[in-house]
Ligand binder design. Structure first.
Ligand code: S3P
Length: 442
């Protein structure tokens, strides 16, 4: 893909359904009793991997554009797949399905692409093994051979990392355990979930018995979530908000290009996902939320962005670190691009989890920014980028969708033309990205 400097972005933008919520909708609808109609299901390749795996596990699924119909089989009513279950590039598919399969009375093999085979799975293998499943792997990486057990034992587990995928994996396994399982999130400074909480919200919506509380500990709070293995999921139609992580590329682009005015319709505004808006506003971005409402336990609204052009730093410090990192983890590559446009640049710390995403996102971001003439320093847990005059260059997606899209936005600010090698990987989360961008680009 080749992209040139832009003057502004203008127009109304509709984005596909949220990837995280779509995975959960498909999995929980399959675990429910009754039929579920899901509207605005994500168009991402990752969510298609989840649907494929569920079909192989005996779930009847019909899909028409972004509408998906699922006949639930109940939480332990899946049947053994005849082949390996291919999770493609999707960590969420693998980690969440591992939680479901741990509690089934049969064996399954989860495989993935080259990137997924390198990602850490010990974080789910350990708790699921404690619950009674047996999981074979090489060096705690995929392929994973899961010897399921029904019912599982309950667990009381403190998460070593602030990960929604790990938390969700254990919650899903907990639905097939005898009694209440308890999960403690890592400590945080304020009473807020330390990672996205879509699983908890959807479980409650589908009438599972789930409780959440905060315990005060020295220097902060620990969130405890308990789920009862006696819970039954009641099938209910689901409407998926559009993906704020996809919106983020347009929000940054429009904020930085003077004369821009865009409205992103029907975007998910769950407070565990909106840290990107807070950070951009802190630096003076002109962002307004309109028509806010609740749908299926999730907050949704339209986001209006007007271009600011020059950003004089308003924030007291240009360092982003701590609890907020987990709430904007997928937006860090695009924040790095934003950093090249603001006075005093931007520093991200405490984001070492980025090294084990679809690519090493710290290395990939730093490398591409340097190719585009930015001044960047790399740290083990982040980077510092200075305000820079970007120049068109050949950059690499590193087969990572968010890197491809972040650098498509960088190209809009760069003099000359930018070529993105391997840009088609954007389809992992957002197949319509380039088309949507070119439609609103001036
Ligand atoms: C996701 C959680 C996040 C995020 C990923 C999707 C999810 O990872 O980076 O893209 O759907 O649960 P963590 O498990 O590290 O929170």
């Amino acid at each position: 893909m080749r992209i040139q400097l832009a003057n502004s972005l203008n127009g109304k933008i509709y984005l596909p359904g949220d990837k995280s919520i779509s995975h959960r909708a498909a999995i929980l609808a399959s675990m429910a009793t009754g039929e579920t109609r899901i509207e605005n299901f994500a168009t991402s390749a990752d969510c298609a991997s989840t649907l494929d795996c569920l079909r192989k596990l005996g779930v009847e699924i019909k899909k028409e554009n972004s509408m998906v119909l699922i006949k639930g089989v109940s939480k332990n009513g899946f049947s053994a797949a005849k082949t390996e279950l291919d999770c493609g590039n999707s960590g969420t598919t693998m980690r969440l399905l591992a939680g479901v399969l741990a509690g089934q009375n049969f064996d399954s093999i989860l495989i993935g692409d080259e990137s997924l085979q390198k990602r850490p799975m010990r974080r789910i293998i350990e708790p699921l093994t404690q619950m009674g499943a047996q999981i074979e792997s090489e060096n705690f990486c995929a392929p994973l051979k899961i010897h399921g057990k029904s019912p599982l034992q309950t667990i009381s587990y403190r998460l070593p990392v602030a990960s929604a995928q790990v938390k969700s994996s254990i919650l899903l396994a907990g639905l097939n355990a005898v009694g209440k399982s308890k999960i403690q999130n890592p400590k945080s400074k304020i009473q807020k979930p330390t990672s996205r909480n879509h699983t908890e919200l959807m479980l409650r919506y589908l009438e599972a018995e789930i409780e959440e509380s905060f315990v005060e500990v020295e220097g902060g709070f620990v969130q405890e979530i308990s789920v009862d293995g006696n819970s039954k999921l009641v099938a209910k139609n689901l409407n998926i908000p559009s993906d704020i992580s996809s919106a983020a590329f347009f929000i940054v682009a429009a904020s930085c290009l003077k004369n821009s005015e865009i409205v992103l319709k029907n975007i998910g505004l769950n407070p565990t996902r909106t840290a990107i808006l807070d950070v951009l506003q802190l630096f003076g971005a002109d962002i307004e939320v309109l028509n806010q409402k609740e749908i299926c336990n999730e907050t949704v609204g339209d986001i209006q962005v007007c271009g600011r052009g020059n950003f004089a730093s308003k924030a007291s410090s240009n360092i982003i670190s701590g609890d907020v990192i987990a709430n904007l983890i997928d937006e860090i590559p695009i924040l790095a691009v934003f950093g090249t446009q603001i006075e005093n640049g931007l520093e991200i710390r405490g984001a070492e989890e980025l090294r084990v995403k679809e690519s090493d996102r710290i290395a990939a971001t730093v490398e591409n920014l340097r190719r585009m003439n930015a001044t960047v320093e790399e740290f083990p847990d982040g980077f510092r980028v200075e305000k820079s005059d970007l120049k068109g260059a050949t950059v690499d997606s590193f087969a990572d969708h968010r890197i491809a899209m972040a650098f498509a936005v960088a190209a809009l600010f760069a003099n000359g033309e930018t070529e993105i090698i391997g840009s088609e990987c954007a389809g992992v989360s957002f197949p319509e990205f380039f088309e949507t961008l070119l439609n609103v680009k001036n």
